[in-house]
Design a protein around this ligand. Structure first.
Ligand SMILES: NC(=O)C1=CN([C@@H]2O[C@H](COP(=O)(O)OP(=O)(O)OC[C@H]3O[C@@H](n4cnc5c(N)ncnc54)[C@H](OP(=O)(O)O)[C@@H]3O)[C@@H](O)[C@H]2O)C=CC1
Ligand SMILES: O=C(CO)COP(=O)(O)O
Length: 339
C-alpha cells in the first residue's frame, strides 16, 4: 500500500480502487474516484450492468448520465479486488454481509475497506463497521457519508462528505486521496458517529415524505425533523457518537438533504406512503429496515424515540399515519431541552 498522506488533496497519486456494487452510488463513486486520479475497477453481480458500464452508461440506476471512460467493470469479484489499494463497499446495508462473504478471500490484507452504505443490519442490530470487522479482521474499516445524491456526484456537482475511521491519520489520508475539485472530503475519527447519523437520517426522510404526502403541513415537517434530530442524538449518544459529529455533514447535513428533497428515495418512499400509493417496486429505501431495527434497539436500551417507533409501526402496518400523529401529539408534555 502507498504511504499515508495527510496534506491537501493534490498529492495522492493513483490508487487501485475496487468499488463493490454497481448501483447508483457505486457508479457515482467510481466516477468520483476516477476524477480524483485513481484506477477504478467496479464489481457488479449483474452482467447487464457490467455491459452497460462498459458502454458508458448505467441506465437502470443512473438514467441519462453519461459515464466518462475509465471504469473497468466486471462480474468477477476476485478480479475487481486483485491488487487493490482500497475497497469501497457500496451494496445496500442489508446485503453487506453477503457481499463481504463473497469478497473476503480476495481482499488484500491490510488495505482499508470504506463503507459507503447507510443502515443498520436489521436481523442483528449490527453497525456496518462491526460486520466488516467480523468478516475482514485484518483490514481497517472506514466510512464515507454525508449529503450526497448519486446523481449530483455523478454529474460532478460540488459535494462535501466526511470520511471517518477510528485512526485519524487513516481518515485524513483517505479524505485527501478521495477529494477532487468538486468532491470535498472532511475527515473524522468518530466512525460510529458517522455511521449512526447516516443510518438514522433515512428513517426521518421516510417520515418527512409521509408528512408531505399526507399534507400535514410545513410546520409539522419542521417539528418532525427537529424532534427527529433529538432522537438521532439520543441514540447516537447511547452508541458513543460525539455530538459534534451528529451536528455535521453525516448527521444534520444529510438529515436536511433527505428530509427536504423528493430526489431522496427514502423521502419518495414516505411520500408514496403518505399518499396511500403502492410501495411495491419503489427504489431502495434503506430507512425501511433501519426503522424496524432502530425502534427495537431504542426499546431495548430504554431510549425515548417516538418518531422512529411510529415510522416502524406505520411501515409494518400496526398503526395508520393518522393514529401515529395523534399519539405523537398527545404524549406527556416535557421541557424541550430534555435530551
Ligand atoms: N444513491 C445515493 O444517492 C446514495 C446511496 N447511498 C447508500 O449506498 C448504498 C447503496 O445504494 P445505491 O447504490 O444507491 O443502491 P441501488 O439500489 O442503486 O444499487 C444497489 C446495488 O447493490 C447491488 N447489490 C445488492 N445486493 C448485492 C449483493 N449481495 N452483492 C453484490 N451486489 C449487491 C445491486 O445489484 P443488482 O443490480 O444485481 O441487484 C445494485 O448494483 C445504500 O446504503 C445507500 O443508502 C449513500 C449515499 C448516496
Ligand atoms: O443518502 C443519500 C444522500 O446523502 C441518498 O438518499 P436516498 O437513499 O434517500 O436517495
Amino acid at each position: 500500500m502507498t504511504e499515508l498522506v495527510t496534506s491537501g488533496h493534490e498529492a495522492p497519486s493513483g490508487w487501485r480502487v475496487a468499488v463493490l456494487g454497481g448501483g447508483a452510488w457505486g457508479t457515482a463513486l467510481a466516477l468520483a474516484m476516477l476524477r480524483a486520479g485513481h484506477f477504478v475497477r467496479l464489481y457488479a453481480r449483474d452482467p447487464e450492468t457490467v455491459a452497460a458500464i462498459d458502454r458508458g452508461e448505467n441506465p437502470r440506476y443512473l438514467p441519462g448520465i453519461a459515464l466518462q471512460p475509465g471504469i473497468v467493470a466486471t462480474t468477477d469479484i476476485a478480479a475487481a479486488l486483485d491488487g487493490a489499494d482500497c475497497v469501497l463497499a457500496v451494496a445496500p446495508a442489508q446485503a453487506l454481509r453477503a457481499m463481504l462473504a463473497a469478497a473476503r478471500h480476495h481482499v488484500p490484507s491490510g488495505i482499508p475497506l470504506v463503507l459507503c452504505a447507510k443502515g443498520i443490519e436489521r436481523d442483528t442490530g449490527a453497525l456496518l463497521s462491526a460486520i466488516v470487522e467480523e468478516a475482514l479482521p485484518n483490514n481497517p474499516v472506514a466510512a464515507l457519508s454525508g449529503p450526497s445524491f448519486a446523481t449530483d456526484v455523478a454529474r460532478g456537482l460540488p459535494t462535501a462528505v466526511v470520511v471517518a475511521a477510528r485512526d485519524a491519520d487513516l481518515a485524513a489520508d483517505l479524505a485527501a486521496r478521495f477529494s477532487a475539485e468538486n468532491l470535498r472530503c472532511y475527515s473524522s475519527d468518530d466512525l460510529v458517529g458517522v455511521e449512526i447519523g447516516g443510518a438514522l437520517k433515512n428513517v426521518f426522510a421516510i417520515a418527512a415524505g409521509a408528512v408531505t404526502g399526507a399534507k400535514l403541513g410545513a410546520s409539522a415537517q419542521a417539528a418532525m425533523v427537529t424532534r427527529g434530530f433529538v432522537e438521532l442524538r439520543r441514540i447516537g449518544a447511547a452508541f458513543g457518537a460525539r455530538p459534534e459529529t451528529l451536528m455535521g455533514l453525516s448527521g444534520l447535513g444529510d438529515l436536511l438533504l433527505t428530509c427536504s428533497s423528493a430526489q431522496s428515495r427514502n423521502f419518495a418512499y414516505g411520500l408514496a406512503l403518505g399518499q396511500g400509493k403502492p410501495l411495491a417496486g419503489l427504489p431502495l429505501a434503506e430507512g425501511v429496515p433501519t426503522a424496524a431495527i432502530a425502534a427495537r434497539l431504542a426499546a431495548e436500551r430504554g431510549i425515548d424515540a417516538p418518531i422512529i417507533t411510529a415510522v416502524a409501526a406505520i411501515l409494518d402496518g400496526t398503526v395508520t399515519i393518522g393514529q401515529a400523529v395523534t399519539a405523537l401529539m398527545t404524549r406527556p408534555l416535557k421541557t424541550e431541552t430534555d435530551i
